[in-house]
Design a protein around this ligand. Structure first.
Ligand SMILES: [Zn+2]
Length: 231
């Protein structure tokens, strides 16, 4: 299980692209989120043809804003005979994805091969709806291989929720990629001081932030400054 980030910025951290990663797992390259700067980032890196499948944490522009471009690239530029696989956590989330894509492309089946996440043995989602923003459906994703567990938070705005869920599942010790903020006033993101309380039980990496804002007393390693974690 290998993860590498295409970007680790927040919605307005232009220099650090959008938070998004490619997980190499069970012979498949799974793109986690595809925000507005990610399709162009994939093209810059020569990787636009690499993802085999996609999962989306939520439908904010910095997480799904260039998904349509990537799906269309797969058909028109890569000339793939079959659309990219898009794994969905449940039927309600599938309806959202369909609605979202249908404003740009139809028939949707030409562009996205929707499959239930259950088909990815070892993958799970955690419903984080309403935590980042009250009305926004959201999911965190977990990937397990043997004793190794990798968790990807998406935007949460809750410093404890994902860690508590992981403990309930007996997954203390997991490698957790968690969004963090250095702004104590931020309501829709997780303040680093509260996230780092969980360092005793988990291996945490912070993303969705500008590393130049990192507070001196932040003990969470940031994705952007960790060798080997970014393209
Ligand atoms: Zn975001």
């Amino acid at each position: 299980m290998k993860i590498r980030f295409l970007g680790s910025g927040g919605a307005f951290d232009f220099l650090y692209y959008n938070s998004s990663a490619i997980l190499e797992w069970k012979g498949e390259h799974i793109l986690i989120d595809c925000g507005n700067r990610i399709y162009s980032r994939l093209c810059e890196l020569g990787l636009a043809g690499l993802p085999d499948s996609v999962v989306i944490t939520h439908l904010h522009d910095d997480h799904a804003g260039s998904l349509v471009s990537l799906l269309a690239h797969h058909i028109y530029v890569e000339k793939s005979k079959s659309p990219l696989r898009v794994y969905y956590p449940d039927e309600a989330f599938l309806r959202l994805l369909r609605d979202f894509l249908s404003f740009s492309v139809r028939p949707i089946a030409k562009y996205a091969n929707f499959l239930p996440l259950d088909e990815l043995s070892g993958a799970q989602s955690i419903d984080t709806s309403g935590r980042h923003v009250s009305w926004m459906p959201g999911r965190a994703y977990l990937f397990q291989e043997g004793n190794e567990v990798l968790a990807y938070s998406g935007d949460l705005g809750d410093e404890n929720f994902l860690f508590e869920k992981l403990k309930e599942k007996g997954m203390a010790g997991a490698r957790v990629f968690h969004e963090i903020s250095f702004d104590p006033e931020a309501k829709s993101h997780s303040y680093y001081k509260d996230v780092q309380k969980h360092l005793a039980d988990f291996s945490i990496y912070g993303y969705h932030c500008d590393p130049r804002d990192k507070a001196p007393d932040c003990r969470i390693p940031l994705v952007a400054e960790t060798p080997g974690l970014c393209y």
